[in-house]
Design a protein around this ligand. Structure first.
Ligand code: GDP
Length: 197
């Protein structure tokens, strides 16, 4: 599993702090508490990898993990943190928006959602952005261990249906659990494919 080599590279709050835009990057997005850090830890088999993303001050930074030379996982800040001053917020949103729309290294988007509460506004917005620029996206419906197999299948089918109705039928959807590692291999295969690892 090449993702096990992931290590914290650095964080970017401004364009100058970004690595050169020449490699392969996969972005991870999700609402706060959806289970994104746990998913990153499960995928990389590192218990504390994504803890760095949660330290104070990192809520407005793109957190880069290097998997191999010019191969990065990028942790986008969880949506739903406390308010920050308006001008700072505007700067950050412009930076994030610009990065997401124009970053050439970006090869795919993973959206982490609680399987019991999928496709909230922020999730849809991220998926819409990806579809708009022709970027592949993959939805991890995590905390699947909280549901039985039948309910999981229903949730996956409902999300697929809603995405298809919204013109995002190409987006991958799978059940996932950081707790019992269900779906981890499947998700790794998607990420490794995008990173061409
Ligand atoms: P983040 O804010 O999206 O990074 O979410 P975290 O990864 O910190 O997870 C938020 C909470 O959900 C924590 O209490 C985790 O232990 C819990 N959690 C995350 N993933 C799972 C999972 O797959 N199953 C279960 N049962 N709990 C999970």
């Amino acid at each position: 599993n090449p993702l096990e080599k992931a290590r914290y590279l650095g964080s970017a709050h401004t364009p100058a702090q970004l690595p050169p835009d020449g490699g392969f990057e996969v972005a991870f997005a999700g609402r706060s508490n959806a289970g994104k850090s746990s998913a990153l830890n499960a995928l990389t088999r590192q218990n504390a990898l994504a803890r760095v993303s949660k330290t104070p001050g990192r809520t407005q930074q793109l957190v880069y993990f290097e998997v191999a030379p010019e191969r990065y996982l990028v942790d986008l800040p969880g949506y739903g943190y406390a308010k920050v001053p308006m001008d700072l917020k505007a700067h950050w949103e412009r930076f994030l928006d610009n990065w997401f729309r124009t970053r050439e290294a970006l090869r795919g988007l993973v959206v982490v959602m609680d399987i019991r509460h999928p496709l909230k506004d922020y999730d849809r917005q991220m998926i819409d952005y990806a579809v708009a620029r022709g970027l592949p996206a993959h939805a991890l419906l995590t905390k699947a261990d909280k549901l039985g197999r039948g309910q999981q299948a229903q949730a996956v089918a409902a999300v697929r249906r809603e995405l298809a109705a919204a013109g995002a039928g190409g987006v991958g959807v799978q059940a996932f659990s950081s707790e019992n590692k269900q779906g981890v291999d499947e998700a790794r295969a998607v990420v490794n494919g995008w990173l061409e690892l």
